[in-house]
Design a protein around this ligand. Structure first.
Ligand code: CO8
Length: 267
């Protein structure tokens, strides 16, 4: 794997733990980190021995505590952006963000503190979000005179509905972990010390199912989300055809009928 300045990648039991680590800036996303994320996610996607990615934030510099998941895009880099530079920055981010959303591996955000601006946005690009009790979500951009630019105006409304998304974006009010759970922004809230073990347990459960089938199901959910229901169900039927021609289908159904545990290996 490539060497990274702002990321840490550990792989064990088919799970990649990808940690964003810029301790001096509460893991804010600068250009270098976005580029490294692109490289890391491309490399992960090519590996058959990684089935789930858990994305999280490293500890801060001041107290060495897990205070922040990602405190946004890097304001010190953005402050002098011209319009073309800002656009290029947004496009640079869209590659790893879409990769998290669309790669064949399942992606889980382990949100362990501030998830503000680009931090909330990168969590939303993951398939699943699990938050520690100290997590704080928010889109503070309009208070900085900008708008969410890493997909926030789109993904937040899709996750929590237009009314709540507009309220969060227009007021810049943060929401705590329990409120994030209540509005559907996160899947689960757990005490801080249980965050990684909870993500890992979910990852292991996901890995115990058909990984190829899960990758196809992920594509079906993503592709169908913005289609009309007739085309979406037809697209699903096509993908259902694809998964019927696999080892895992024969093994999964065969094992059920023979009353034994299935050994699912396709990916
Ligand atoms: N960018 C750069 N540096 C940051 C950022 C950031 N987003 N967040 C924190 N830091 C730095 C601070 O400047 C500080 O550095 P230093 O020690 O050198 O002064 C260090 O991290 C620690 O931060 P604080 O001292 O502020 O820590 P506190 O515990 O007092 O506060 C907060 C924590 C509340 C998280 C606070 O740091 C904060 O409000 N940060 C900014 C949050 C924010 O506004 N995020 C949104 C940024 S805009 C954005 O994400 C847009 C995304 C879309 C861009 C699209 C482009 C096309």
């Amino acid at each position: 794997m490539a060497d990274f300045n702002n990321l840490k990648l550990e792989v064990a039991d088919e799970i990649a733990r990808l940690t964003i680590s810029r301790p001096a800036a509460l893991n804010a996303l600068n250009s270098e980190t976005l580029e490294e994320l692109s490289v890391a996610l491309d490399e992960i996607e090519a590996r058959d021995d990684i089935k789930v990615v858990i994305l999280t934030g490293g500890p801060d510099k001041k107290d060495n505590q897990f205070k922040s998941f990602v405190a946004g895009a890097d304001i010190s880099e953005m402050v002098n952006f011209t319009a073309p530079e800002a656009r290029a920055f947004g496009i640079k981010a869209s590659k790893p963000f879409f990769k998290l959303m669309e790669m064949r591996q399942v992606t889980i955000a382990a949100v362990n503190g501030f998830a503000l601006g680009g931090g909330c946005e990168i969590a939303m690009a993951c398939d699943i979000r699990i938050a520690s009790e100290n997590a704080i979500f928010g889109q503070p951009e309009t208070g900085l005179g900008i708008i969410p630019g890493f997909g926030g105006t789109q993904r937040l409304a899709r996750l929590v509905g237009m009314g709540r998304a507009k309220e969060m974006i227009f007021t810049c009010d943060n929401v705590d972990a329990n409120e994030a759970y209540r509005i559907g922004l996160v899947n689960k809230v757990v005490p801080a010390e249980e965050l990684y073990p909870t993500c890992e347990a979910m990852a292991k459960k996901i890995i115990s199912k058909g990984s190829y089938a899960n990758a196809v199901a992920k594509a079906a959910i993503n592709n169908g989300y913005d289609m009309d229901i007739h085309n979406a169900v037809e697209m699903e039927a096509n993908l259902f055809g694809v998964v019927n021609d696999t080892h895992d289908k024969k093994e999964g159904m065969g094992a059920f009928l023979e009353k034994r545990a299935a050994e699912l290996t396709d990916f």
